[in-house]
Design a protein around this ligand. Structure first.
Ligand code: ARG
Length: 468
């Protein structure tokens, strides 16, 4: 009988093959095939190192590198599709290499363990994905920035407690998200240093008796350094957890914007219209246009938080060093990456072509509320009335106006003066929405001058980063 690949994998200590259900249970090939290109690249670097240090001959090293390259081409042509009998991507590659090269392939695993190998693969994968996500973050910021540039003087109600508070430049509102995403980018750049460390050469847990050159493999693979402690090198998953945490914050930001867009698109707010490009209909209510994109982004956020939780719990009780529990990191990590990337892409498209602001409706909104009440108090305070006294006076006038069904702009000069003699006819200008916004020109405020400066700074920063 032909032994199955998995019974061949183990040393001769084993006599019978795995129970098929256990083989299935144990296997990770169904998902870790995602790592194949990194596994091949990592193995090529390892083979070169073995040759450079004289552990294998230069010819053997060259053969291994070529053989691994052949597997890469087979995989890219769709001809390499290992099944569950291979257990995982590392064994699958080694078996295929043995079929292609014969005995020399059996030298590849010298001075290496799947424990340091899988750690290297995962880090190479994540490093690439972080670069893609950084690019997508920039594209998303660019979409926010373009909308902001077109809407410096568009006013929108600003809220605290979801109660109308003070009007804002719409650009200022959008720029807040640009800044949040900037922190996300910075977080990724920072954690990338801790992703980009080579565990190769840590072996199973204790290092290896062979005269390997860990710095050479690290250098070939573009790692910034190599783990100083072999036990730490094979059992560290902090980098995956840090990434899941950074990914969760990206989604927190996307989810908050999603929630605002969903509110803005409601009949009650009516601040935006969803275009047909990104909205969906109802199967029963013909009048409806649903904000599925932001709703899905909001919904998918929970799933990424879940992966962060899984990774934390996966690691917390593990004794050093490698434990098979680590195999569970991959699906969490891959799905986190895929979800963040899909959400960033969808939200960027939504901003670029999925929504239209309704300027008239927004102008009406900011002109028909009491969100200029602080400005009346500020007006008096600027004339020497203590702010708290002014605040109390304005509270009173809001109350009487509300019961008279009037807005502050409808009060006559006499009415203002009966409240306080300091009022003059310039009060009307001071409480007009445009002036209310323009006046908040403190650093970082919504005043148009500040917003223009912030826009220019963000545009310059994005441009510099894109060129980098
Ligand atoms: N498939 C395994 C994983 O993903 C590879 C490492 C296996 N190591 C071991 N000692 N069984 O973690």
């Amino acid at each position: 009988m032909n032994p199955s690949p998995s019974s061949q994998t183990w040393s001769q200590r084993f006599e019978t093959a795995l129970h098929p259900a256990i083989a299935q249970f144990n296997a990770s090939i169904g998902f870790d095939i995602e790592l194949i290109e990194y596994d091949l690249t990592g193995s090529q670097a390892h083979a070169k190192m073995l040759a450079k240090t004289g552990i294998i001959s230069p010819e053997e090293g060259e053969q291994l590198v070529q053989g691994l390259e052949m597997i890469r081409q087979e995989y890219r042509r769709g001809e390499f599709n290992p099944g569950v009998e291979e257990e995982d991507v590392h064994f699958a590659v080694e078996h295929r290499l043995t079929q292609l090269l014969g005995d020399v392939a059996k030298k590849l695993h010298t001075a290496r363990s799947r424990n340091d190998q899988v750690g290297a693969d995962t880090r190479l994968y994540l490093r690439d994905q972080i670069h893609h996500i950084q690019t997508q973050l920039r594209q998303f910021q660019q979409a926010l920035l373009s909308l902001a540039q077109a809407n410096v003087e568009t006013l929108i109600p600003g809220y605290t407690h979801l109660q109308r508070a003070q009007p804002l430049s719409l650009a200022h509102h959008l720029l807040a998200y640009v800044d949040m995403i900037q922190r996300d980018s910075a977080r990724l750049a920072d954690l990338l240093h801790r992703v980009n460390i080579s565990p190769l050469g840590c072996g199973a847990l204790a290092g290896t008796p062979f005269p390997i050159d860990r710095h050479y493999t690290a250098e070939l693979l573009g790692f910034e350094s190599a783990y100083a402690n072999s036990l730490d090198g094979v059992s560290d998953r902090d980098f995956a957890i840090e990434f899941a945490c950074a990914a969760s914050l990206i989604l927190v930001h996307l989810s908050r914007l999603s929630e605002e867009i969903i509110l803005w698109a409601s009949e009650e707010f009516s601040f935006i219209t969803l275009t047909d490009r990104c909205a969906t209909g109802s199967s029963i209510m013909p009048q409806k246009k649903n904000p599925d994109v932001p709703e899905l982004v909001r919904g998918k956020t929970g799933r990424v938080f879940g992966h962060l939780q899984s990774l934390l719990v996966m690691v917390k009780g593990l004794p050093l060093a490698y434990n098979k529990d680590f195999q569970e990191d991959k699906e969490a990590l891959f799905d986190t990456v895929n979800t963040v990337r899909a959400c960033l892409q969808a939200m960027t498209i939504l901003l670029e072509e999925g929504l239209e602001f309704r300027p008239t409706r927004l102008a009406d909104a900011v002109a028909s509320d009491f969100s200029n009440a602080t400005d009346v108090a500020d007006y008096l305070a600027a004339k020497g009335v203590p702010f708290r006294e002014a605040y109390n006076l304005v509270g009173k006038v809001v109350k009487t106006s509300l019961s008279a069904n009037k807005l502050l702009k409808d009060l006559t000069l006499e009415e203002w003066r009966s409240l306080h003699p300091a009022f003059e006819s310039d009060i009307y200008d001071a409480i007009a929405p445009r002036q209310v916004v323009a006046a908040r020109n403190s650093v970082g405020g919504t005043g148009f001058d500040q917003v223009r400066q912030a826009l220019a700074a963000a545009a310059e920063r994005l441009k510099a980063e894109a060129e980098n």
